[in-house]
Design a binder for this molecule. Structure first.
Ligand code: SAM
Length: 238
């Protein structure tokens, strides 16, 4: 099956323009983090799979900032998914996504588009929305605005996996912890790759405390919000 990538005209600058640069040009560096499971992607994919397996009726699934959708065949396999809709602004990542999803037994739509704009104008509701490691590039009020748009177009649940500040930590503390914990762990990275990631995190990561993420979800209209996973290095939350 050939998967067509739909192109959309954007309405101007995106809110997290700088964050995009890395994923437009340096997808392979991010790919290394996924391949080595440095971001606990496998465990998170399994948690998503377990939640989706519990859905008894066919469902539509929205993947916000889907990237290359590399984890999706495993996360969605064996579930009752009938329609997958991925949105991303990185064309190289979407081309990989089209390849990764070409043999799946459900309908696939891929949109080359800003997820903020797409969500705010979304005509068709999804049953389940998912976002991995992408909302944290927005300012706090931008996160709330996006979560509200997701809430208004999602009928069952939203799951997100995003970086968090530790209790009592500020952004400077987070950056210091990021360097101290991850540089020695990420031995698979060359110095140049580490510098790319460090630059991205320093300029674009806007993590929130776990309580703030949950509060933003409640303010957006989600009646129940809970944290169910903390990655072993303490960097990412679901
Ligand atoms: C860290 S990657 C995560 C990819 C995938 N969700 C995963 O968990 O592996 C961040 C993704 O967000 C996308 N992205 C960032 N800002 C975006 C925006 N405003 N609209 C659409 N995609 C965006 C990037 O292109 C990139 O693919």
């Amino acid at each position: 099956m050939n998967i067509h990538i739909r192109e959309f005209k954007t309405g101007g600058a995106v809110d997290d323009e700088a964050a995009l640069e890395q994923f437009q040009q340096q997808w392979t560096t991010y790919q290394k983090l996924v391949d080595t499971d440095a971001l606990a992607s496998k465990e998170v994919g399994a948690i998503l799979h377990d939640a989706l397996e519990g859905l008894s009726k066919p469902f539509a699934f929205l993947d916000i900032a889907c990237g290359d959708a590399g984890q999706m065949p495993a996360a969605l396999g064996g579930t009752k998914i009938r329609h997958y809709h991925g949105i991303d602004l990185s064309k190289p990542a979407l081309e990989l996504a089209a390849n990764n999803l070409q043999n799946v037994p459900f309908e696939v739509e891929l949109d080359h588009r800003d997820f903020v704009e797409a969500l705010i104008r979304r005509p068709e509701p999804a049953n389940v929305a998912w976002c991995g490691l992408s909302i944290h590039h927005l300012q706090t009020d931008g996160k709330e605005h996006l979560l509200k748009a997701i809430h208004d177009s999602t009928s069952d649940f939203l799951m997100i996996y995003e970086p968090t500040l530790a209790d009592g930590e500020d952004r400077e503390g987070y950056l210091e912890r990021f360097r101290r914990v991850n540089r020695p762990l990420w031995t698979f990275m060359t110095e140049d790759e580490w510098k790319q990631i460090e630059h991205h995190v320093t300029t674009c990561d806007l993590p929130e405390h776990a309580a703030t993420w949950l509060d933003l979800g409640r303010k957006a209209g989600f009646t129940k919000a809970s944290q169910t996973f903390l990655d072993p290095t303490g960097f990412y939350d679901r």
